[in-house]
Design a protein around this ligand. Structure first.
Ligand code: HEM
Length: 456
């Protein structure tokens, strides 16, 4: 069957202009005006926007072998490209296998301890009525946890401001994905700046690897395990091979969770009745003791708040795959080279699956909704063989963070300041500031005086 007609397009840029202008609104409009299979063009390439869960299921499960992960490959210099994502099919599986043991459930109790300490440390540092730049605070928090948990590393020991450097790299990567010109091999100012930033990050890592190598023996963290790992040829992994595993984990593992937490705090600040209900659950389950890693199951409402936030503001708002051979999708032919693109943002807000979809309503998850939905509708952590390997880690971290923050603080919106959505690689939030007000009773181990000062 012939492809249906897509929306009108620019002769050279195709639909890039619309995607640059307001991509979330554009994609949402496409699904309501053009249906679930919408042919688009980006820089003369065919990109099909698919919005039918059965098409997504075919792409990632039934015909997964016909597609590869669309890695935006031409956007970056090869040095950047190689390290940023688990790249081609042959090395991807090896890298995933090497990373996975560090994220197994039996490792979570030890990580929970780190998360609790880090959450308490962050809250200790917040002053009464301080205006918190939430995205920055959450990035520092999640990167600190990731570095300590997976790499047994204190970020303060690294030369340079690691969170700021990583943030700049991600912003650059995301901006390039939607720029109209992206000749990554040319020595333009922007290409040079981007490469310099990346090299700065890589230099930090090289210093770290050199420092760790002599005392990797006997340590359990992923960095040390990789350093002692011998390949089939009996050789130890070199620094480049280790970075191929570590760098994607650093990026994928902190920015996503940071944005998820930032959006959740934003939603709680705007929906005080939900925040009250969450605190009531914390009080009933925890009493005056601090949250621990074993409390997750006993805090279903706190978990539902996070779920609902992932639905409305999915940190990964869209994903693509590229056909590597001629194939089919439903009734349509898909020639090799075509990119298929699906969007969590659009599907998670589709009234065919979610009643009153724009409402922040954690209770919608209480009656088994997750099990009733088609397989590829709610997919904040992706689906199929390339599903997120850090979802258990992320949920544990989020529940611990929410429980710790919400018991100690009310985070209130700053009057007149509305945060902006910035959908780059992740769904970033810009300009989200919240005022921290101490609550009268914090968790065990601290009381709050009438002056709002904490006593030990
Ligand atoms: C709320 C937090 C998180 C969200 C929403 C999230 C979301 C996702 C999504 C949607 C994908 C699949 C992308 C695709 O199919 O193209 C993915 C992949 C991945 N995630 Fe996460 N993630 C989160 C946290 C984490 C954490 C904490 C880690 C590590 C500690 C992690 C590591 C990874 C890795 C390594 C991949 C690539 C897997 C592969 O290609 O095989 N993520 N994530």
């Amino acid at each position: 069957m012939q492809w249906p007609a897509g929306p009108p397009k620019h002769l050279i840029l195709g639909h890039l202009r619309e995607l640059r202008r307001d991509r979330l609104a554009f994609l949402s409009r496409l699904s309501s005006e053009y249906g679930d299979f919408v042919p688009l063009q980006m820089r003369r390439r065919d990109v099909i926007f698919i919005n039918d869960p059965s098409y997504i299921e075919a792409m990632v499960f039934h015909r997964a072998g016909d597609y590869s992960k669309n890695n935006l490959s031409d956007f970056f210099q090869p040095a950047v490209r190689r390290l940023l994502l688990f790249e081609d099919a042959s090395s991807w599986l090896d890298q995933r296998r090497l990373a996975q043991p560090a994220l197994r459930p039996d490792r979570m109790p030890a990580y929970a301890e780190i998360m609790i300490k880090s959450a308490q440390g962050m809250c200790d540092a917040w002053r009464e009525t301080e205006v918190i730049d939430v995205a920055t605070a959450m990035r520092r928090f999640t990167l600190d946890i990731l570095a300590r948990s997976l790499f047994d590393l204190d970020l303060a020991e690294m030369a340079g401001d690691a969170p700021a450097i990583f943030d700049a790299i991600l912003e650059d990567v995301g901006a390039r994905a939607f720029s109209s010109v992206y000749l990554s091999f040319l020595p333009t100012g922007s290409n040079r700046r981007s490469l310099a930033r990346f090299k700065q990050g890589e230099k930090m890592l090289d210093a770290l690897l050199a420092k760790r190598r002599p005392d990797a023996e006997g340590r359990r963290d992923l960095l040390s395990v990789l350093m002692l790992n011998r390949g089939e040829d009996g050789e130890l992994m070199d620094a480049d091979a280790i970075k191929l595993v570590v760098v994607p984990l650093m990026f994928a593992g902190h920015e996503t969770t940071a944005m998820a937490l930032a959006w959740t705090l934003y939603l709680l600040a705007g929906n005080p009745e939900v925040a009250d209900k969450l605190r009531a659950e914390l009080e009933t389950v925890l009493g005056s003791r601090p949250v621990t890693g074993n409390d997750l199951r006993a805090l279903p409402y706190t978990g539902a708040v996070f779920h609902e936030s992932l639905r409305l503001y999915p940190p990964i708002w869209g994903f693509g795959r590229q056909a590597i051979r001629d194939t089919e999708l439903g009734p349509y032919p898909i020639p090799a080279g075509t990119t298929l693109f699906a969007s969590q943002w659009v599907l998670h807000r589709d009234s065919r699956y979610f009643a009153d979809p724009l409402r922040f309503d954690p209770d919608r998850w209480s009656n088994g909704l997750a099990a009733q939905l088609p397989r590829c509708v709610f997919m904040p952590f992706g689906v199929g063989p390339r599903r997120c390997i850090g979802s258990t880690f992320a949920v544990l971290e989020a529940v611990i963070a929410l429980a710790t923050i919400c018991r100690r603080f009310d985070l209130e919106p700053v009057a007149g300041s509305e945060p902006r959505l910035e959908p780059l690689i992740t769904l970033r939030v810009k300009g989200l500031r919240l005022i921290a007000r101490r609550r009268p009773h914090g968790a065990k181990g601290e009381t709050v005086s009438a002056m709002g000062e904490r006593d030990a």
